[in-house]
Design a protein around this ligand. Sequence first.
Ligand SMILES: [Zn+2]
Length: 498
Amino acid sequence: MALTLFRGLRSNCFQLYPSLYIARKHGVFYCSMTSAEGQTATQEKQQTQLKSSPRKDSPKIEEVLKNYEAVIGIETHVQLATLTKAFCSCPYNYGAQPNTSICPICMGLPGALPVLNSKVIESAVKVGLALNCKLSLSSKFDRKQYFYPDLPKGYQISQFDIPIASDGYVDIDLPVEFGGGHRKFGITRVHMEEDAGKLLHTGNGIFLRKLHFSTIKFFVDLNRAGVPLLEIVSEPDMRTGVEAAEYAAELQRLVRYLDLGLEFGYRLVFRAIDFEILRQVKLHSQGQADQIVQETRLWEEGAQVAAFFDATIATGADVKLAANWIMGDIAAYMNNEKLSVNDIKLTPQELGELIASIKGGTISGKIGKEILLELMTKGGTVKGLIKEKDLVQANLNKLSNATINRFVDLIDNIQMWSLTSGWQAAVVFIWDTIVDPAEIEKIVDRVLADNPKQLEQYRGGKTKLQGYFAGQIMKETKGKANPGLLNKILLEKLNSKA
Ligand SMILES: [Zn+2]
């Protein structure tokens, strides 16, 4: 049930932004929940809480309201189901392929001239009249400037000081099961505006406000940019969740009757709002009123992750790599396992160690991922796990580029590898390399002994055969010999008059 409500809110068809003010009677007003983002986050918290059965010791809303007064105003967005967008002739079909319904006007390209869709005015007038508003016979649009990736123009066309309709009201009869009674809720204003595009992102949705980069990729779909909306703002006349829900239900009936907008559902509005009232009152009575503003489960999780990130950086770890690991593999694991960062066994110290081991070339990124999983599930140390798995690889940094390139030439010459890229071959080779000079020397000796004819030719001046020998050694070691050592030892042996 709760899901229906919150999906409805998120899909932007018909959005409710209740602002809730809690005041001790004759006291100061506190307010919260003003931004759409904060709103959704708060509702998510409510949703979680609503799932659990109400505890016996939690106060009843009626009792709470003896000492406190909840002051609720609701801001509603109705997405109009017009054939085309508000200021251009692009159709809007929900769910269409991204960016297939855009033009220079809704993209806000220079020189584009918006032309108002008359159906938008018609809908606004109908809603204004249905809500007993005064209509403004001379209305205008304003630019609300803000930067956001889903807003290509850099401003939203909206109405500021002269909305098309204002000073209205709705009459409501409360259901008998909730005590009945008649209520009249004021409507502050109804105005026309346009919607923004949509941001889609890969990744897990955990938001780290401290990071300026992340592994999450964002995609912008501008199909929705310029779709007409009506914003209906109520007076703060409601006092309970039931009243707010009845107000919302009345608006829904009205929009449906006028056949203007898209369907939506929000049966649990009143429970969500009542929950928010209880939560805020509790904080207030505990002297924690300053925490009321947008305190959410998501935010807390984000703060925990941010603390983990900070602690990892404090170990000296590379900032960008730490962010990549935390936002990538670690967040994905927590998400899948429904764990918080405090539940996993990995410590910031070990993450720092892991990052350093990969950066320093002790282990590969692939092996790093394997170790990370063990660290998260079972704990332990990076050094211990590397030893346990014998995962040490040759230190890439110690090999000069010249050495690597020489080896690349080598393997290209002898065509031992089917890999098209020498670089790839080199990397494959270095992965699991033999770095013990004694071991390489043994193999070099064997190869030279097995190829006396070629050795004679080499010593006779055909030095190109060095590549042939190197190839044979590589074959013997299955490509595992360290190229620097191999060439050094091979040259010594080839040039020594044994
Ligand atoms: Zn357009």
